[in-house]
Design a protein around this ligand. Structure first.
Ligand SMILES: NC(=O)c1ccc[n+]([C@@H]2O[C@H](COP(=O)([O-])OP(=O)(O)OC[C@H]3O[C@@H](n4cnc5c(N)ncnc54)[C@H](O)[C@@H]3O)[C@@H](O)[C@H]2O)c1
Length: 368
């Protein structure tokens, strides 16, 4: 392991796994601005980092250690050099649909990588005072639905139903109700793809370890994060990045199913704000809260907004679908407000304008 230290005077020592990615770079900037000492470990995954080198968005003050979190020996070398007060475990394979066909990869990095990190802490006789685990709304699967005052918990939608255009998950008598916002304290997790299952496994593994080691754990279940800096090269994640790219290059946005898939899009700066608040206020034991904008939208309405802002062609509803996708994802942010003082500041139109500007600039430098 080679680690080139920065010369800035520092306070809190923070380790970010996967810190060279979309959320990690934005978080690094906020941490560095606040005077923290930041070390990033990241394998610079080729699916995310097209160029392969140190991302320009990562502040110069950050120590970047390029390694794979599944490698035990490198963890041991790293912990000989740094003893962080806070670990934010972002490193992950994040392809929702991709995970159904490449489940080994997702399980290897997300589950085994988490276990390798915790075992390395144990071998080093080191318990970080606070671990922050960015989890995902994906753990809820279809979440909870309601019809005529009765709640139901649908499982994964079947391929045959999707192929027949039956989009909404139905209750026992085959009628469809309406989706309810998820809330960590009440909604049971029910993953419908392998990525989601690995994120839930990360939660359980970290919770078991944190409880027995007596350390604080913040689990933050992010809704769909978007914004400046999201990989434009990765075709497997970031539907808003994809939509924006199509719109600014004059192509029509293709919207799946009947256009009425629902998502909560939260701007990356708001997510970073939530993580900063979690770091500043460690829980006594474990906390698990949902982080979103609190304002769910249909994908068609978002596509129309993007086409309008970017001056692109009107979106096309295709009726195509992806196995493992959920119909509706949204959350209550009341617990994040109460627990963290979190309040999202970004309105979707402003976020899309920022993303469209940045996408255009990025494509001018790297067209294709
Ligand atoms: N972006 C979202 O909408 C969203 C939503 C919910 C949860 N999350 C979670 O947030 C975290 C960060 O997501 P992101 O959007 O910044 O993704 P990203 O792909 O931009 O960043 C992930 C980073 O992890 C690195 N990485 C992948 N495999 C690795 C390995 N084996 N060893 C070391 N590093 C590795 C990648 O190189 C990348 O830099 C992930 O844990 C993801 O599950 C993201």
């Amino acid at each position: 392991v080679s680690l080139i230290r920065s010369s800035t005077p520092q306070t809190t020592r923070v380790l970010l796994t996967g810190g060279a990615g979309f959320i990690g770079c934005a978080l690094s900037r906020r941490l560095v601005a606040g005077g923290a000492s930041v070390t990033v470990v990241d394998s610079l995954h080729p699916q995310v980092h097209a160029g392969g080198g140190r991302p320009a968005a990562l502040p110069a003050e950050v120590d970047l250690v390029p390694f794979d979190v599944t490698t035990a020996s490198t963890w041991d070398a790293l912990l000989g050099l740094v003893r962080p007060e806070v670990v934010v475990h972002l490193a992950a394979e994040t392809g929702t649909g991709q995970s159904l066909r490449e489940s080994t990869r997702h399980c290897h990095v997300n589950v085994l990588g988490t276990a390798q990190m915790l075992d390395a802490f144990s071998r080093a006789d080191f318990v970080p005072p606070h671990i922050v685990l960015p989890s995902s709304r994906a753990v809820y699967g279809e979440g909870e639905w309601e019809l005529d005052g009765t709640r139901y918990l649908p499982g994964a939608r079947r391929h045959a139903d999707l192929a027949a255009g039956r989009w909404d998950p139905v209750c026992a008598d085959q009628r469809a109700g309406r989706a309810l916002p998820s809330r960590a304290a009440h909604t049971p997790p029910n993953p419908t793809n392998v990525y989601a299952a690995t994120k839930l496994a990360q939660e359980h593994i970290c919770a078991a370890w944190a409880a027995s080691m007596g350390t604080a754990l913040s689990i933050l279940r992010f809704q769909n994060v978007y914004g400046v800096g999201q990989s434009l090269a990765n075709p497997y994640t970031g539907v808003l990045a994809l939509f924006t790219r199509l719109a600014v290059t004059g192509k029509p946005i293709e919207v799946y199913e009947d256009g009425r898939i629902v998502r909560d899009f939260v701007y990356v700066d708001d997510v970073v704000d939530a993580v900063m608040r979690a770091i500043e206020r460690p829980p006594r034991e474990v906390r698990c809260v949902d982080i979103g904008s609190g304002s769910p939208r249909t994908l068609l309405s978002v596509a129309e907004l993007i086409a309008d802002i970017a001056g692109g062609k009107p979106p096309v509803v295709t009726g195509a679908f992806r196995d493992g996708d959920v119909r509706s994802a949204s959350c209550s942010i009341d617990d994040a407000r109460a627990e963290l003082g979190y309040e999202p500041a970004w309105d979707l139109a402003d976020g899309v304008k920022a993303l469209a500007r940045w996408t255009l600039e990025s494509l001018e430098y790297a067209p294709g």
